[in-house]
Design a binder for this molecule. Structure first.
Ligand SMILES: [Zn+2]
Length: 216
């Protein structure tokens, strides 16, 4: 797997601190299974967070406390334990997702959203939504912006948008600033896992027309 798009540091930090909505944390865990570089960053964040919790008493934060803390962070520490790797039969589905789905991507009860687009909602609780989208070759998702953050992990095929080309294993980590229109750019359908922390905001006419129906 040739991964070229990763999470922002802020996203990995939120994941390591456990402050992420359930669906987004699931998506991050899925990418981590495939990406050693993001795994390493998370371990580092967790080690630093753990060190802070273990070694600092709130009342002890006097003037020199921060300096002493930084000195301690430089001390060698026990590396974070390797997360247990679970063998999963389906190479397209990372195990955190696989254990929720319980079947292959092709075996899911996909619901048609519109021309060339199918959805499978994971039905997780949280402020946003977590879904799989299956998009036919040449089809584009309506132009949309975001009220919050949107994380996307490619499981099959590829797409291109204003941010670049995204292939299996890549993640798109976009926030409220980004307005984009992904289009499937090969003759293979694209399946991706998408987690948001707020509803999407469609900008094009078609987007505004379909939004009431698809509730993306
Ligand atoms: Zn990564």
């Amino acid at each position: 797997m040739n991964i070229s798009h990763h999470f922002d540091d802020a996203t990995l930090m939120a994941y390591a601190s456990g402050s992420m909505p359930q669906g987004m944390a699931l998506l991050v865990a899925c990418h981590l299974q495939w990406c050693a570089s993001c795994r390493e960053k998370v371990s580092l964040n967790e080690a630093v967070g753990g060190t802070l919790l273990e070694r600092v008493k709130p009342a002890a934060l006097d003037a020199g406390a921060l300096d002493r803390l930084m000195d301690r962070l430089d001390e060698p520490d026990v590396p974070a334990a390797e997360s247990e790797s679970v063998e999963y039969a389906d190479p397209e589905v990372p195990s955190p997702l696989g254990s929720l789905l319980g079947c292959s991507l092709n075996g899911l009860a996909w619901r048609r959203l519109g021309y060339g687009v199918h959805q499978y909602d994971l039905g997780l609780s949280g402020p946003g939504a977590t879904r799989l989208l299956r998009i036919a070759p040449g089809v584009s998702v309506p132009h949309h912006g975001h009220r919050g953050s949107e994380l996307t992990l490619i499981l099959r095929g590829s797409y291109s948008d204003e941010l670049g080309r995204f292939r299996v294993g890549d993640v798109a980590d976009v926030d409220a600033e980004i307005d984009h229109q992904p289009i499937v750019d090969t003759d293979q359908e694209c399946i991706c896992l998408i987690a948001t922390d707020a509803p999407l905001k469609f900008s094009g006419l078609v987007g505004r027309l379909i939004q009431p129906f698809v509730r993306l």
